[in-house]
Unconditional design. Sequence first.
Length: 440
Amino acid sequence: MSSNIKKSFADSILPHAAKVKQMVAENGSLKLGEITLAQVYSGMKGMVGMITETSKLDPEEGIRFRGYSIPELRELLPKAPGGSEPLPEGVFYLMLTGTLPTVDQVNELSAEWESRSNVPEHVFKMLDALPTYTHPMTQFSAAILAMRTESVFAHEYEKGISKKDYWDPMFEDTMNLIARLPRVAAYIYRRTYYNNEQIEPLKGADWAANFAHMMGYDGVEIYALMRLYLTIHADHEGGNVSAHATHLAGSALSDAYYSFSSAINGLAGPLHGLANQEVIRWILDLQKDLGGGLPTKEQIEQYVHRTLSEGKVVPGYGHAVLRKTDPRFAAQMEFAKKYMADDDIVNIVWRVYDVVPGILSNIKKIKNPWPNVDAHSGALLIHYGIKEYDFFTVLFGVSRSLGVLAQLTISRAMGLPIERPGSITSEWIEDKIAQSQQAV
């Protein structure tokens, strides 16, 4: 099935790829900064080494998708009829093509994803063969790999496709995979927590609303939350683990299924996407330890100090790049104030927000005492009955597909090469230091 979004993508990316190729040829020796020993040993933090067209993270302003902030997207992107939050289809269209979509373009994309959403039966059979206690992220990654039987790119590559056309079957894989992820994720949710009592998808519903419905949640508010959640988690530039894992695997010409499964495996780490699970567990433990209900700020402050004194971190606070409150946290707070201002768990999140930055800012090694996106999301989900926090990272993964797979398609259109950074040994560095000292 072809669509206007495919033509829009081709019209935007192919001239851009040619422009970038010329730019590199003419300016390849331009220095982008000096790499220090500390950077080498710090997980490459801050080192410029890859291209991500879909979004850019500013330490002060937060994430911008193709130049647009989250508040701007909430205002400018098309919404469902009568809806208050942007449709995730819109942010995907924006990230892929670089232009804000119209209502008709977003509706067309919703319809196309619906037409592509049929999941092969063997995927469900594979999932049913796993124990129900298998972590949902393990099931999700395995299901993505199981769907690789449908890879258009793998089929076309085996036939002998030209390099300049790699983007076309990658586009098809991206569209098919994104279309099927809500069905797969909802299936995992229902088989894991609801005795495999599955719910059939709605006809004519948007991507996010259909996902909520298949999980078992219907209503104006939960549809709005799912649209917001899937929009704001969609991308966070290219250096985070899930985005980088997609880029790295994809640079070897692995198809979208292999590449996105890599992303999910990285997202499952406690220092990345699994953090949202850790946050809500910590909040619930805090509430229980302090006697239930809504603790005072003073009680929360004492609990935080105890957490830190035990050598633990306050989950949901701090970020590798951000140096202010995450705009994604602020968007969720705004949503909560509109729909659930009296919820105890939500109010605990807000009281923790009032207390924690002041405590963490007095610890010298902490550069960012402010909350990130994970600090709020779990409380919103629990309010609507989605209490199984082991599943929260799967929701994150469904959303993150929008950004990383858009960029993977862009990377193939631009002909970006296999990623192969150089590495050195500690012995090499020690010799380098010795040489520099001798020179003095």
